[in-house]
Design a protein around this ligand. Structure first.
Ligand code: SIN
Length: 510
């Protein structure tokens, strides 16, 4: 009997993890619109947050995740994520994945924003994503068909069930692929903003495709801006990991004054949204912001990727100052899904950043995204393997297409407007203005036969921008990464006993 087929759209850590678990039972095909390494996972510098030592406990990891997420998280899913994390990580290590260790052979755990203890595993310093992706690719080598440079354009639906996906090749040819299960693992949508840490291919395609197919999306207003992107001549040249601050770097202005002093008890390691807003405000006042790395030991060895980015971009590290700017980094919202990846459309699964399981709340804590990819990648595979087989629906007929006015703006214009109107700080009038501008275009309907890859990508960017903008208008409060100048902020008490104890132990001045 033929084995069932599973299509995976995307090639980041969630996709590769799911594939590696599915291959024993299923025929797996991975589609990616770029190359197999064009993903945010590949670029991830931080690491994997996991309570793996005797001194730590997954309940502490859960507490920190909830506090950073401003308690908007799905608490049950957070517990599951951080409780199962150590098991899956130990399994990966057992299969040969190597995380960095100290001279005593213990894990060399890193520290990042809002984590009250050191719990970040990393590999080759700040190259964790690359090492992990390469490790997973080696695991599935020769066992999975990987189709590169073919863009998934539209989910195929039959009687309300997802039965596969329509893709388009670079030469313009469209192909219909049928499967028993389809997994969206396309990442988020950082590329719809002009300043971003994301791989350029990350333009929200999976989110747009799911929305057009009738899947429920949620929490789209929560876009995380990372405070420290390497910056020169108005351009972002990559990320400067939060782990650099974990090793002692501090944010300063052009007078070398520390900017996070007295802003938050955790100072430079405050939750990411808080640091981002401070950097943004200082820049709005006309001052440049830098990461002062004077007190980071062995910078070149611990952060080789950041070091090299500085080198190739002529940033003089003798000054010990790295120019930084905030940029879009992660989408907490996405396709509403269970931890096992089930969406509101039968046959359709979502995993990783494309999904929203509620684990990240209003602001993802550092290094929980690779963890999510690993835990949920395994969980979605287990779910699909456990489900009764449903025959493939080859007798599919296309719906009649209704394509409105196909005039589209330039992609750069969308990115610039999103940065300006739906960026770090938002307010009613600019959100309304953006919504009206977006609604001047027809981005709901696409025709993959008639439209080019670029046109569909633009329509996807517009649709996802519209989802973020309208969600941001609806949320009339400031919470985590969604900050509205016209509504007060929900505050998290970082001086509570638990936090105060950790601060005292680490001798941080409050
Ligand atoms: C970073 O290295 O600062 C980013 C890590 C993350 O987004 O989890």
């Amino acid at each position: 009997m033929d084995r069932d087929s599973v299509l995976i759209i995307g090639s980041g850590i969630a996709a590769l993890t799911a594939a590696s678990r599915l291959i024993a039972d299923k025929n797996v095909i991975i589609f990616t619109k770029g190359s197999v390494r064009s993903s945010n996972s590949y670029l991830a510098q931080g690491g994997v947050a996991v309570a793996i030592t005797e001194e730590d406990h997954w309940e502490n990891h859960s507490d920190d995740t909830l506090a950073a997420g401003c308690f908007h998280n799905h608490a049950g899913n957070v517990r599951e994520l951080v409780r199962k994390g150590p098991l899956y990580i130990k399994n990966l290590i057992g299969r040969g994945m190597e995380f960095d260790r100290n001279a005593q052979g213990e894990f060399d755990l890193g520290k990042e924003g809002a984590h009250l203890v050191r719990r970040i595993l990393h590999a080759e310093g700040d190259s964790t994503g690359r090492v992990l992706v390469d490790f997973m690719l080696e695991q599935i080598k020769g066992k999975v068909k990987i189709v590169e440079n073919e863009m998934a354009m539209e989910l195929l639906l039959k009687d309300g069930r997802c039965v596969g996906v329509l893709t388009k090749k670079e030469n313009g040819k469209t192909v219909r692929h049928f499967a028993n299960a389809t997994i969206i693992a396309t990442g988020g949508c950082g590329g719809i903003y002009s300043l971003t840490s994301n791989d350029p291919t990350i333009t929200g395609d999976g989110l747009a495709m799911a929305y057009r197919a009738g899947a429920e999306l949620t929490d789209m207003e929560f876009i995380q801006f990372h405070p420290t992107m390497l910056h020169k001549n108005g351009r972002v040249l990559g990320l400067v990991s939060e782990a650099v601050r974990g090793e002692g770097a501090v944010l300063v202005d052009n007078h070398r004054e520390r900017i996070m002093k007295n802003v938050h008890p955790l100072e430079d390691l405050a939750p990411r949204d808080i640091v981002t807003r401070k950097v943004y405000q200082v820049m709005k006042q006309g001052r440049q912001v830098y990461l002062d790395i004077s007190s980071v030991e062995n910078f070149e060895k611990r952060f080789p990727a950041v070091y090299n980015s500085c080198l190739v971009n002529d940033i003089d590290l003798k000054t010990k100052l790295i120019p930084v700017v905030p940029g879009s980094h992660f989408s907490m919202g996405g396709i509403k899904a269970s931890l096992e990846g089930e969406t509101t459309v039968p046959g359709l699964f979502a995993v990783g950043e494309a999904s929203c399981t509620g684990v990240h709340g209003a602001n993802r804590i550092a290094s929980n995204s690779l963890l999510e990819g690993i835990v949920c990648g395994n969980a979605v595979a287990d779910k699909i393997i456990s489900m009764p087989s449903i025959p493939c629906q080859y007798g599919y007929k296309d719906e009649e297409r209704v394509l409105g006015d196909s005039m589209m703006p330039e992609k750069q214009q969308i990115k610039d407007y999103m940065m300006e109107y739906v960026g770090v700080i938002r307010q009613e009038d600019s959100l309304v203005e953006m919504k009206e501008w977006l609604e001047g275009y027809d981005f709901f309907h696409i025709d993959p036969e008639k439209q080019s890859l670029g046109q569909v990508e633009t329509a996807n960017m517009l649709l996802v921008s519209w989802l973020i903008t309208t969600s941001a208008l609806k949320r009339k409060e400031s919470r985590g990464s969604h900050f509205r100048a016209d509504y007060p902020a929900v505050t998290v008490d970082w001086n509570q006993k638990r936090v105060a104890r950790h601060i005292a132990e680490r001798k941080v001045t409050v």
